[in-house]
Design a protein around this ligand. Structure first.
Ligand SMILES: O=C(O)c1ccccc1NCC(=O)[C@H](O)[C@H](O)COP(=O)(O)O
Length: 197
């Protein structure tokens, strides 16, 4: 089970996520309580070993802004939320980075339909921590896809059983307040996701 921890902003939390065994770590570079500057994301990404994917999270920015921020931060993946057209993914292809398309359950759920490498099927309001009907997408997405939206250490095994994703993604569910991560919850989430059948 692939595990991504998103919205990190503190060095200690990045180290905890790496030590806990996260496969990917996300830095929010768009409007959010979790927003970090590209410079801060670069400092945090420098703590991440090569086997863990570093992801820049965007929503609504144009490809030139996404490109500039991602390169300034030295990240290895770009995650686009919202209604980005196929052309935005095409415009970023030459970066040679992992492209991630994050959508809700109403969207085209074929990973690769927009030339992305990874799909995230998320709640209608990304980063809100609101659970949704995870079982409703079971069998619908194709290819590599992560389930996100309202997951936490206590419910992630149930969500995996309901939706059967390739991986999971969490932000709010490992926080004690909006934007404030908790090391114990990060460890518990990774362990619970890995322990799910
Ligand atoms: O985290 C945010 O505030 C955010 C803002 C705008 C676009 C995306 C955002 N977050 C994306 C993620 O952290 C994850 O992909 C996922 O949506 C996490 O959801 P949740 O665990 O429910 O917070």
């Amino acid at each position: 089970m692939h595990v991504k921890i998103c919205g990190l902003s503190e060095p200690g939390h990045v180290e905890t996520a790496v030590e806990a065994g996260a496969d990917a770590i996300g830095f929010v570079l768009t409007r959010s309580p979790r927003r970090v500057t590209p410079e801060r994301a670069a400092e945090l990404a420098a703590l991440v070993p090569a086997h863990v994917l570093t992801v820049g999270v965007f929503r609504g920015e144009d490809p030139a802004q996404v490109r500039a921020a991602t390169l300034a931060a030295g990240l290895r993946a770009v995650q686009l939320h919202g209604h980005h057209p196929h052309a935005d993914f095409t415009a970023l292809k030459d970066l040679g980075l992992t492209l991630v398309r994050a959508v809700d359950a109403e969207a085209d759920l074929r990973c690769g339909a927009y030339d992305e490498d990874l799909l995230i099927v998320d709640a209608p309001r990304p980063g809100s921590g609101e659970p949704w009907d995870w079982a409703a997408v079971r069998g619908r997405p194709s290819g590599r896809w992560l389930l996100a939206g309202g997951l936490d250490p206590a419910n992630v095994a149930t969500a995996i059983e309901a939706a059967r994703p390739w991986g999971v993604d969490v932000s709010s569910g490992v926080e004690v307040a909006p934007g404030v991560k908790d090391p114990g919850l990060i460890r518990d989430f990774v362990a619970a996701a890995r322990g799910a059948r």
